[in-house]
Write a protein that binds this ligand. Structure first.
Ligand SMILES: NC(=O)c1ccc[n+]([C@@H]2O[C@H](COP(=O)([O-])OP(=O)(O)OC[C@H]3O[C@@H](n4cnc5c(N)ncnc54)[C@H](OP(=O)(O)O)[C@@H]3O)[C@@H](O)[C@H]2O)c1
Length: 415
């Protein structure tokens, strides 16, 4: 029997208005929007003004509303709405990856305490059904990696970048076409993909990290020569969010990678997203779809609403049982390039495999201690481009401190 859901909707922008339309069109029984709360009183709306309220209390204090759907673009306000809704005994559906990534442990504890469901399928890769799959289908013991192209804006920029336009030119085009925000920092510096990766790691491995634990290096510093380099080698550059289990540790990062033709990522172009899940017996599986946009994202919200009608909730069983720990220190094979050859010395290599230097472009490929890379290093040196090289041939070796030294060659791992 489907439970009756009376919905209080926060936000009527891209996703909220999409949800309003597809909920009406879907014929989902026993679920209807009672109240909509937005922010701006003067904004023109696609439906009559009398549908809108501007005070969050109208939803939060309404005992008839048993589901709050939070689709606003302000993570701090969303945190207040979501926590208050849960404390009022209401189920919550949200798409706000930034808010979820920053408060996941607290939100899980809270929804357990108040015995409600808190679902957020739309927060990771829009229409791709990945969270519920990880939660229900994949057993922690057999799962070995989850990787994805989780940000459509950067994927769009990198796809167009293959046509040898400069980064700034492409970004301006992407903003004009609505694929990039006016302030594109969260997307192009890899924060958005990192929030999603953090949520993926929680559901894949049961390990809850904080955003600051996951390194994010974006695509802001990419140069035409880097794209040229990729083309000459038959590779493409993609911003990859990656998590992998090595022994009893989990590692994760967001960074550009050179990918080969046989990679899941090679033909994921423009604003599309994809996630690949590798497990011991099922091998690699790839989900590809629209990671953003009004209807695709709203379709994931609708799926959560539908699941709630059958009392579905994430159980976080892997979190309760996992022995895995998140590890920030490991070695990997990277590519760095710069228009100023001296800048390559900013990163200490354990081992150098290849170098190239000309008057206005230089690069180095080799193994580095991952903990020596930082988001700040990449932001402070706009001429320094950092990428993993190449996909499918990473050399991950966990770094462990023993007597002050980093070693542990036994954990050599390649894929
Ligand atoms: N857009 C996508 O493709 C996409 C994909 C995946 C996830 N998401 C996530 O979905 C959420 C919504 O994104 P969006 O693209 O729909 O945003 P949006 O188009 O910018 O719309 C945001 C909505 O939130 C309302 N709002 C902002 N602050 C509010 C507050 N304090 N109280 C009530 N309403 C408030 C705005 O009100 P006004 O209308 O009055 O301005 C607007 O209706 C975000 O968390 C985003 O990260 C979006």
């Amino acid at each position: 029997m489907r439970k009756k859901l009376t919905i209080g909707l926060f936000g009527f922008g891209c996703v909220g208005s999409g949800l309003y339309e597809i909920l009406n069109r879907s014929g989902l029984f026993n679920a209807s929007i009672k109240t909509i709360v937005v922010k701006n009183k003067d904004k023109k709306r696609p439906i009559p003004q009398e549908h809108f309220h501007f005070d969050k209390e109208v939803i939060l204090n309404d005992p008839e509303i048993n589901l709050v759907v939070e689709l606003i673009d302000d993570a701090d306000a969303a945190y207040e709405i979501v926590t208050r809704a849960i404390r009022s005994g209401k189920h919550v559906v949200s798409a706000n990856k930034k808010m979820i990534a920053h408060h996941l442990t607290e939100l899980i504890d809270l929804k357990n305490q108040y015995k409600v469901s808190f679902l957020y399928e739309a927060s990771v890769c829009g229409s791709i059904p990945v969270i519920r799959n990880l939660e229900e289908y994949y057993n922690n013991d057999t799962l070995s990696s989850v990787q994805g192209i989780c940000n459509g804006t950067t994927n769009y920029i990198l796809t167009i970048g293959q046509r040898r336009k400069s980064f700034d030119e492409i970004l301006t085009d992407a903003q004009r076409l609505g694929f990039a925000e006016t302030d594109p920092t969260l997307d192009i510096d890899g924060f958005d993909a990192k929030f999603k990766l953090q949520i993926l790691i929680a559901h894949a491995f049961g390990v809850i990290t904080l955003p600051e634990d996951i390194l994010n290096i974006g695509i802001r510093n990419i140069k035409i020569q880097d794209i040229q380099y990729a083309r000459e080698k038959g590779l493409k550059l993609k911003l990859i969010a990656s998590s992998e289990k090595i022994g009893d540790k989990v590692i994760g990062y967001v960074a550009p990678e050179f990918v080969k033709e046989n990679s899941f990522a090679y033909d994921v172009n423009y604003e599309f997203n994809a996630v690949t899940i590798e497990a011991a017996f099922s091998d690699r599986q790839v989900f590809k779809g629209k990671g953003a946009g009004s209807f695709p994202t709203a379709s994931a919200v609708l799926s959560d609403i539908s699941a709630l009608q059958y009392d579905y909730g994430y159980e976080y069983r892997k979190k309760e049982t996992t022995q895995l720990k998140y590890q920030k220190e490991f070695y990997s094979r990277i590519f760095i390039s710069s228009t100023n050859p001296d800048k390559l010395n900013l990163i200490d290599f354990e081992q150098v495999e290849e170098t190239f230097s000309s008057k206005d472009y230089a690069y180095k490929i080799g193994t580095v201690d991952f903990s020596k890379l930082s988001h700040q290093l990449y932001r402070d040196h706009p001429e320094l481009f950092i990428a993993f090289f190449p996909e499918g041939e990473h050399l991950f070796r966990l770094a462990e401190k023993r007597d002050g030294e980093k070693c542990n060659k036994k954990n050599l791992h390649s894929r």
